[in-house]
Design a protein around this ligand. Structure first.
Ligand code: C5P
Length: 240
């Protein structure tokens, strides 16, 4: 099953609240990123949970294992279902995040399904030349690096990875169901690509092995976001 997640790429809680109210029952899973988390703190996660929504907290943590463990524990205690760390932090850091998230979920007063740790492999804003510059390498094969980093996530016990739809098939064929794939850059059939270079329809991402889809402007920028969510469901069902 593929779960759509709408990105709350907004500045504050009133703006988030307006979007959540507008989408109503058409969306039950939201992403809180750095902008909203920095503005509102972890209370935004608790607020979404209290509204009956699941929450993906996209903080892309990267620090020493002990610090990441503590941060993951705090985020999970607030009720997040998914949290990102950078896979390049290494399998020990990923393992610490997994352990911290497990502890935090156990400490919640209400029942929790747990908080899965997702590894960010290579930011889609970076191309081979940018990665070569940052990592001091001459030749970089992006798909190979994504599969290598996915291996660190699997070794650390992570629930999955974030990758573009274009690397998804390679990761899926190597790791199968052991790693869930979360894919951004989703566009409705015939929709505007905006500034994303590599986009996919919900159906194509599902076919590439996605478990979660991040929906940004395809939904939040639509004249009728509820109708856009219906189109996502229709695309996933193979109807369009
Ligand atoms: O669909 P749209 O381009 O508006 O989506 C932007 C959202 O997807 C943002 O929340 C952004 O953080 C997220 N994202 C991305 N590319 C990645 C990872 C996440 O666009 N590689």
């Amino acid at each position: 099953m593929v779960t759509p997640i709408v990105a709350l790429d907004v500045a504050d809680r009133p703006a988030a609240q307006a979007l959540v109210t507008r989408l109503g029952a058409s969306c039950r899973f939201y992403k809180v990123g750095l902008e909203l988390f920095a503005a509102e703190g972890p209370d935004i996660v608790s607020w979404l949970r209290d509204a009956g929504k699941s929450v993906f907290v996209d903080l892309k943590l990267h620090d020493i294992p002990n610090t990441v463990r503590g941060a993951a524990r705090s985020v999970a205690r607030h009720g997040a279902s998914l949290l990102t760390v950078h896979a390049s932090g290494g399998s020990e850091m990923i393992r610490a995040a997994v352990e911290g998230a497990h502890e935090g979920a156990q400490e919640r007063a209400v029942a929790s399904d747990g908080c899965g740790i997702l590894g960010v492999t290579i930011l889609t804003s970076m191309d081979a030349a940018g990665i070569g510059e940052a990592w001091g390498r001459e030749q970089v094969d992006v798909t190979r690096e994504v599969v290598r980093l996915a291996g660190l996530v699997a070794a650390g016990g992570g629930a999955g990875i974030v990758c573009s739809g274009h690397e998804a098939a390679a990761v899926h064929s190597r790791f199968g169901e052991a790693l869930g794939l979360l894919i951004p850059g989703i566009r409705l059939p015939g929709g505007d690509a905006h500034d994303q270079r590599r986009v996919m329809t919900p159906r194509a991402a599902a076919d590439a092995g996605a478990r979660w889809l991040i929906l940004g402007r395809a939904v939040t920028g639509a004249a009728d976001p509820v109708a856009a969510m219906e189109q996502v469901a229709a695309s996933l069902a193979g109807a369009v």
